[in-house]
Design a protein around this ligand. Structure first.
Ligand code: HEM
Ligand SMILES: *[C@@H]1O[C@H](CO)[C@@H](O)[C@H](O)[C@H]1NC(C)=O
Ligand SMILES: *[C@@H]1O[C@H](CO)[C@@H](O)[C@H](O)[C@H]1NC(C)=O
Ligand SMILES: *[C@@H]1O[C@H](CO)[C@@H](O)[C@H](O)[C@H]1NC(C)=O
Ligand SMILES: *[C@@H]1O[C@H](CO)[C@@H](O)[C@H](O)[C@H]1NC(C)=O
Length: 495
C-alpha cells in the first residue's frame, strides 16, 4: 500500500520535473532509455548483475555523448560524468558526498568515506599524517609476514585445479588490516574473522538492494522493511568486533602511558597501528569521541581489507590470463631477488616498477569502485554545460578508464602503458581507481605497498593461470566477481 502511494507521489513529481527539464538549455543531454514521468527508474530495477550491465552501458553512452549526460530517477534529475577534466573540476569543488552514501552511515558513521563535509574537513586533516611514508614503512614487516603466511596457505592448492582465490585473499587481507589498523591478531580466531567477512560482504548487498528499490530510500519506509532487520544482524557482528578491540586497545594504551615510555631507539620506522594515533589524538587532544574512533576504525578496516583483497584477486586472474605479463613479472622479480627468498624491503618496493604497472592496469580494467557520487553544493560551470546546485552527480571511473585519451588500445590489458609517462594521459583523474579530487583515497600508498609485497612473494613461488574473459561480475557498491574468477597454481621452480 505504502509503495503504491509513493509511486504516485513519484509520478506527480515526475510530471513537474519533466516540464521543467525541457526548458533548461544548458542541461547536458539525457541518456537514452528514459520514459515519460518515471525517467530511467525502470532501468534500475533488477539484481546487481543487471545493475553492473546498466553501469557499463550508461558509461559508454556518456562517453559517446561527449563526457557529460543527465538522467532521471523519477522526478530527480542527476548527472553522469566521464570526462576527466570535468570530473576533476567537480571533485575538487564539491566535497559533499551524495545522500546515497547515507545508506552506509549506520555502519561507517562519520568515518572519512561517509562523513559530512564539515566533519570530514577536520578529520581528514587529523588523519593525513597517520598515512605518511614513515608510518607506512613501519608496516613492511607485517606485510612480509602476512605474504609468507598466504604463500604457505596456498601450498595446498598447488596442482589441484581451479580454486576460489577469495577463500585465501579475504581472510589474509582482513588479518593484515586488523594488524595495521588495530594491532590485533585475528589469525587464530578464524570464527570471528570469517563471520566479519561474511557480514561485510552481506552489507554491500543490502546497501545495493536498497539503492535499487527507490521506495526504501527513505528511512521511514526502510525502518519497516525486512532488509533493515537483515542489515541490523550484520551490523551487530561488525560492531561487536570493533567494540571489543577498541576497549582492549584503549586499556593497553592508558596502561602503557602510566609506565615510563620505552625509549625510542631512533633507528628507522617503528610499528605504529592507526588506532594508537587515533587514541593519542582523542586522549591527548580531545579530537574524537569514542564513537568517532570506532567509526574511523570501522571505515579503515572495511576500506583497507575488502579493496586490497579484490585488487589482488583481479590482478592474479589477469596475470594468469596473460603469460607474457607473468613472464615479465618473473624477470623483474629475478633481477631484484635472484634466487633468494628474502623479505621485500622498502628499496625493493620502489624497484618493482613493472609489478606496480600491472596493478594499476588491473584497476584501470576493473575499477573496484566503478561509480562514485557527489552532491553538488553550487552550480558548476563546465566547458559545455552548467550543472545545477543541489543535484546528485555520478562520476564513472569505469567510463574514465575507457575514455579516448587512453589511446586506441584502451580496451586492452597493457601494463606497458604505465611505463612511458609521455603516452600516459596527463589529467590526474584519467585514472581514478583510487577516487578523485580532494576526497581521493587516503590509503593509496598503503594499498600499493601491501599489494606489491604480497604479489612479489606469491609470484616468486607460484605460476598462476586463469581466464578473466570468463568472469562474471556484479555491482554491489563495489565491483564483485560472482563466477569465472577461479585460478590454478603450480610451483614456479620444480625442486
Ligand atoms: C586497492 C586498494 C584501494 C582502492 C582501489 C581504493 C579506492 C578508493 C576510492 C575509489 C575511494 C573514493 C571513494 C569516494 O570518493 O566515494 C577511496 C576512499 C577512501 N579510501 Fe581507499 N582504496 C583502496 C585501499 C584503501 C586502504 C588500504 C585504505 C585504508 C587503510 C583506504 C581508505 C580509504 C578512505 C579512508 C577513504 C575516504 C577518503 C576521504 O573521503 O577522505 N583505502 N578509496
Ligand atoms: C540477475 O537477473 C538475470 C535476469 O533475470 C538472471 O539471468 C541472472 O542470473 C541474475 N543474476 C544473479 C546474480 O542473480
Ligand atoms: C564539448 O563540446 C564539444 C563540441 O561539441 C565536444 O567535442 C566535446 O566532446 C564536449 N566536451 C564535453 C566534456 O562535454
Ligand atoms: C530508523 O531507525 C534508526 C535506528 O535503527 C533510527 O536512528 C532512525 O531515527 C529511524 N528513522 C525513522 C525515520 O524512523
Ligand atoms: C561478541 O562476540 C563474542 C565473541 O565471539 C561473543 O562471545 C559475544 O556474545 C558477542 N556479543 C554480541 C553482543 O554479539
Amino acid at each position: 500500500m505504502l509503495s503504491v502511494v509513493l509511486v504516485l507521489v513519484f509520478l506527480s513529481c515526475g510530471i513537474l520535473a519533466w516540464r521543467r527539464r525541457n526548458r533548461n538549455k544548458d542541461e547536458p543531454p539525457p541518456l537514452p532509455g528514459a520514459l515519460p514521468l518515471i525517467g530511467h527508474i525502470h532501468l534500475l530495477l533488477g539484481n546487481s548483475s543487471q545493475l553492473w550491465d546498466l553501469t557499463k552501458k550508461m558509461s559508454y553512452a556518456c562517453l559517446n555523448a561527449g563526457g557529460v549526460a543527465s538522467f532521471y530517477i523519477g522526478p530527480r534529475p542527476m548527472y553522469l560524468v566521464t570526462d576527466p577534466e570535468d570530473c576533476m573540476l567537480i571533485t575538487n569543488t564539491c566535497l559533499q558526498k551524495d545522500a546515497f552514501y547515507d545508506f552506509g552511515k549506520p555502519w561507517l558513521g562519520d568515518g572519512l568515506i561517509t562523513a559530512a563535509f564539515p566533519i570530514w574537513k577536520v578529520h581528514r586533516k587529523l588523519l593525513n599524517p597517520a598515512f605518511n611514508q614513515f608510518i607506512l614503512d613501519g608496516f613492511i614487516d607485517v606485510f612480509n609476514r602476512q605474504a609468507r603466511r598466504l604463500v604457505k596457505d596456498l601450498v595446498g592448492e598447488v596442482d589441484k585445479g581451479p580454486f576460489d582465490q577469495f577463500d585465501y585473499l579475504l581472510p589474509s587481507s582482513l588479518e593484515t588490516t586488523c594488524l595495521t589498523v588495530m594491532a590485533v591478531d585475528f589469525s587464530d580466531k578464524s570464527l570471528l574473522n570469517s563471520k566479519y567477512v561474511h557480514a561485510t560482504q552481506n552489507m554491500y548487498k543490502f546497501v545495493t538492494e536498497r539503492f535499487q528499490k527507490p521506495w526504501l530510500h527513505s528511512d521511514v519506509t526502510f525502518n519497516w522493511s525486512s532488509l533493515k532487520r537483515k542489515q541490523d544482524e550484520s551490523l551487530k557482528i561488525m560492531r561487536n568486533m570493533s567494540d571489543t578491540v577498541l576497549k582492549k586497545r584503549k586499556a593497553e594504551y592508558l596502561n602503557n602511558k602510566k609506565q615510563a615510555k620505552p625509549e625510542d631507539t631512533a633507528e628507522g620506522p617503528k610499528f605504529t597501528p592507526f588506532i594508537d594515533i587515533l587514541l593519542e589524538l582523542a586522549i591527548e587532544k580531545g579530537a574524537f569521541s569514542d564513537r568517532q574512533i570506532k567509526e574511523h576504525v570501522d571505515t579503515l578496516l572495511l576500506s583497507g581489507y575488502d579493496t586490497t583483497a579484490s585488487a589482488l584477486m583481479y590482478t592474479m586472474l589477469l596475470v594468469g590470463s596473460y603469460p607474457e605479463v607473468q613472464e615479465k613479472i618473473g624477470d623483474e622479480l629475478h633481477n631484484i631477488f635472484g634466487d633468494k627468498d628474502r623479505d621485500v624491503t622498502k628499496q625493493d618496493l620502489s624497484e618493482l616498477v613493472y609489478l606496480e604497472a600491472v596493478l594499476k592496469e588491473t584497476i584501470r580494467m576493473y575499477p573496484l569502485a566503478p561509480i562514485i557520487a557527489r552532491k553538488l553544493d553550487q552550480d558548476i560551470k563546465l566547458r559545455n554545460y552548467t550543472l545545477s546546485n543541489g543535484r546528485t552527480c555520478l562520476l564513472s571511473a569505469y567510463g574514465l578508464h575507457r575514455h579516448p585519451i587512453w589511446g586506441p588500445n584502451v580496451e586492452q590489458f597493457k601494463p606497458e602503458r604505465w611505463l612511458n609517462s609521455e603516452t600516459l594521459p596527463q589529467c590526474p583523474t584519467a585514472f581514478s581507481g583510487f577516487g578523485m579530487g580532494r576526497r581521493i583515497c587516503i590509503g593509496k600508498s598503503y594499498a600499493l605497498m601491501s599489494m606489491k609485497t604480497t604479489l612479489a612473494h606469491v609470484f616468486r613461488r607460484y605460476r598462476v593461470s586463469g581466464n578473466h574473459l570468463l568472469m562474471k561480475t556484479n555491482l554491489d557498491v563495489m565491483l564483485k566477481p560472482v563466477s569465472g574468477y577461479y585460478i590454478k597454481i603450480e610451483m614456479r621452480k620444480k625442486t
